[in-house]
Structure formats: structure tokens, C-alpha cells
Design a protein around this ligand. Structure first.
Ligand code: NAD
Ligand code: DAU
Length: 347
């Protein structure tokens, strides 16, 4: 089976590529990635020599490029992760999110539909729980929760989900969709809360908590997201959506305090050192209050279970960042400095 995984050089994509390449030696895995600021081939150094792995640099917005690639390769399946993924960047530049997340997804659907030769081949779209909007203190997102996206990022992901569903209904294209909660783990770009704060604590820089830090997120270890994608890829039904979550809700401030405590221990600093870096800053515009996922369908129908408790996953994650200083230094040089200034300097 020949599978193209888009966005395979990014955070989640690299974990999915690694899992498929190492676990399924008879599959040919092609990683299609534009290598934006978030894409990094260093993330895949350990598997790049595998015979069943190949990297192709390309932009999913580029129709002509996709036409050539898909007509030559005749992929059996697509696992689509390529996206602009950061909410704060979507507030500054919504159009880039429309281009990659909406136009890019439709381009991929068209290329796959046109050149697909395997009747059993399908398009697996990886999406987010943010499409459902925000929750109050009650309830969880179900697969049937109406879409109500609030940020340009989630609006673009919601639109891409709708196109994938529409291609199933209109053209009978076999598709699967999953909507996942917040991931954490190794190789996470330090613009997102957990890796940003790990890097800042390490460098004794302020920890910019948006608003009062009372917003709630449901955190899942990235390798558990990759295992869910594996299960849905192999056992999920066509035309179905599966929610993926960690059943692991934290207010941002409680999470940041736990992170501070673990970092102090691991860095051999006095208890209470990192917590002094917490700085409350202007809230994110349109900041969703709470996300929480109900994964009952995935667990009961397909038998998926997350493997790790949060404290263990967070500890492993911190260890990875502390052991991979070069990775962190490389991705926080150059354009990152400008991004950081724009986002945080006068906040
Ligand atoms: P990421 O930003 O770390 O990686 C995105 C990857 O896509 C990068 O390698 C980038 O180079 C590539 N890319 C971007 N634009 C491209 C284009 N035009 N053509 C080809 N490649 C392009 O993102 P992530 O956090 O790994 O998220 C991956 C997917 O999972 C996204 O679709 C995201 O919406 C979804 N998701 C993420 C989370 C999360 O917590 N991070 C949770 C649920 C769903
Ligand atoms: O829910 C899934 C989504 O999770 C994914 O679809 C997105 O791609 C991913 O980026 C993530 O979105 P969030 O906006 O929830 O993640 P982020 O790490 O940016 O922020 C987590 C929480 O922390 C959120 O409430 C905002 C807050 N925050 C974030 C940053 C970067 C801060 O308080 N300070 C910060 O500097």
C-alpha cells in the first residue's frame, strides 16, 4: 500500500510518519511537506534511511505540483495533516490559513479523486476539536456537536472538514475524519503553550499567561494521537467522524504551575523558582473558554485507549526538550525571534 502523509515533517505528522514507517514495513510512506517554519526534517532523522520512506517537498496549494505527483504515484491512501496550526498566527494572518487549510485540502481531494486507482483507497483527514467552538463548565464535545468555530484557524479547519464530508456525499469518495484535542510531546514547535513555556523556564524568561489563565484544555500525549490515527486508518468506517481526547482537563494556570514544579526539579533549581516567571498578559482575541472531548465512540467501536497518564507524559516531554538543546536552539533562532517580539513584546 502506498500512502502519502501530508505535513509529515511537523509535530504530529512526524510521530504519525514514524509510527507507520516502523510498524508497517510493507507500506510505502511518502511524506509530502512544504517545510514551513513548523516543518523540520530533523524530526525524522532516525527513520529517513528506511527503505519504505521517502520525503517529497511540495506545497498543497500548488495544483500543478499535486497533479504531477498524484498522476505519477497513484497513491492508495492519503493521511492529511498539513496545515497552518497556530491560533495566534491565524489572528494575525487569516488568509494564509484559508490558503493551506481550505484551498490546500480541496486541491488534495481533487488530486486524489482524479488519480485514485485502488477502489478501497481513501482520504483520511486529521482535524481538531476547535471546530466545535467553546464549552461552558458543563459537557463534552461529541461527534454530533454542531460546528461553531471562533478563530480564523478553527474556521479554516471547519471548512476543510465540510469539504471532506461533501466529497464523500457528492462524489462518493471514501473518507474518514478525526477531531482531536490539544496534543503535547516531543518535537512540538515552541510557539504553543507547553514547549514555549519549557523553553522560557529553561532560559528564565517570563511566562506569558493569557487573561487569568482560567481557560481549560484537554491534553493528549502526541503518540496516543498517532495510535488513534493508526486505529482509525485501519478500522474506522467511511464517512464517519471520530473524536480523540485525553480525558485530561487542566486550566492553563494549573498546568503552568505543574510545569514550573517539574522544571525546577529537573533543572535542580530551588522549588518556587519558575513560578515567579508567570506574567499575566492581554488575553487572546476570541479565546475559547473550554475544550473537552468525549472519545466514547472511538474507544467502544474501535477499541482505542490512551497509553499514558499526564504526569508521566509531561515528564517525558520535558526530558526530551532538555536532552535536545540543539533542536530547540535551531528552531528558536532566526524568524522565531521576530515572531516572539511581535506576539509578546508589547502585550
Ligand atoms: P504543525 O504546525 O506542527 O505542522 C504542520 C506541518 O504542515 C508542517 O510540517 C508544515 O511544514 C506543513 N505544511 C504547512 N503548510 C503546508 C503546505 N501548504 N503544503 C505542505 N505542507 C504544509 O502542526 P501539528 O500541530 O502537527 O498539526 C498537524 C495537524 O493536526 C493539523 O491539521 C492540525 O490542525 C491538526 N491538529 C493539531 C492538534 C495539536 O494539538 N497540535 C490537535 C488536533 C488536530
Ligand atoms: O484543541 C486542539 C488545538 O490545540 C489544535 O487544533 C491547535 O493546532 C493547537 O495549536 C492547539 O490550540 P490551542 O490554542 O488550544 O493551543 P496553544 O498551545 O496555542 O494554547 C493553549 C492554551 O494556552 C490556550 O488557552 C491559550 C493559552 N496560551 C497559549 C500561549 C501560546 C497562553 O496562555 N499563553 C501563550 O503564550
Amino acid at each position: 500500500m502506498k500512502i502519502v502523509i501530508t505535513g509529515g515533517a511537523g509535530f504530529i505528522g512526524s510521530h504519525v510518519v514514524r509510527r507507520f514507517v516502523t510498524k508497517y514495513p510493507t507500506y510505502q510512506i511518502i511524506n509530502l511537506d512544504k517545510l514551513t517554519y513548523a516543518g523540520n526534517l530533523e524530526n525524522l532523522k532516525d527513520i529517513e534511511h528506511y527503505d519504505n520512506y521517502r520525503f517529497v517537498k511540495g506545497d498543497i496549494v500548488d495544483q500543478a505540483f499535486l497533479e504531477t505527483l498524484f498522476s505519477e504515484e497513484k497513491f492508495d491512501a492519503v493521511i492529511h495533516l498539513a496545515a497552518e496550526s497556530h491560533v495566534d498566527r491565524s489572528i494575525s494572518n487569516p488568509l494564509e490559513f484559508v490558503m493551506t487549510n481550505v484551498v490546500g485540502t480541496v486541491n488534495l481531494l481533487n488530486a486524489f479523486k482524479k488519480h485514485r486507482t485502488n477502489e478501497k483507497g481513501f482520504f483520511y483527514h486529521v482535524s481538531t476539536d476547535e471546530v466545535y467552538g467553546e464549552l461552558t463548565d458543563e459537557g463534552k464535545f461529541l461527534e454530533t456537536t454542531p460546528y461553531s468555530p471562533n478563530s480564523p484557524y478553527s474556521a479554516s479547519k471547519a471548512s476543510s472538514d465540510h469539504f471532506v464530508r461533501a466529497y464523500h456525499e457528492t462524489y462518493d469518495l471514501p473518507v474518514k475524519i478525526s477531531n482531536c484535542s490539544n496534543n503535547y510531546g516531543s518535537h512540538h514547535f515552541p510557539e504553543k503553550l507547553i514547549p514555549l513555556f519549557i523553553n522560557n523556564i529553561k532560559n528564565k524568561k517570563p511566562l506569558p499567561v493569557y487573561g487569568k489563565g482560567e481557560n481549560v484544555r484537554d491534553w493528549l500525549f502526541v503518540e496516543d494521537h498517532a495510535s488513534a490515527i493508526d486505529v482509525i486508518f485501519h478500522k474506522g468506517a467511511f464517512g464517519e467522524t471520530y473524536n480523540i481526547g485525553g480525558n485530561n482537563e487542566w486550566t492553563n494556570i494549573a498546568l503552568v504551575k505543574l510545569l514550573c514544579k517539574l522544571m525546577d526539579q529537573k533543572l535542580g533549581r530551588p522549588e518556587g523558582d519558575a513560578v515567579k516567571l508567570i506574567t499575566y498578559v492581554t488575553d487572546r482575541a476570541g479565546h475559547d473558554y473550554r475544550y473537552a472531548i468525549d472519545s466514547t465512540k472511538l474507544m467502544t467501536k474501535l477499541g482505542w485507549r490512551p497509553s499514558l497518564q499526564f504526569a508521566e507524559g509531561l515528564s517525558k516531554t520535558i526530558d526530551w526538550y532538555l536532552a535536545n538543546e540543539d533542536w530547540l536552539n535551531n528552531v528558536t533562532s532566526g524568524a522565531y525571534t521576530e515572531y516572539y517580539k511581535e506576539q509578546y513584546e508589547n502585550r
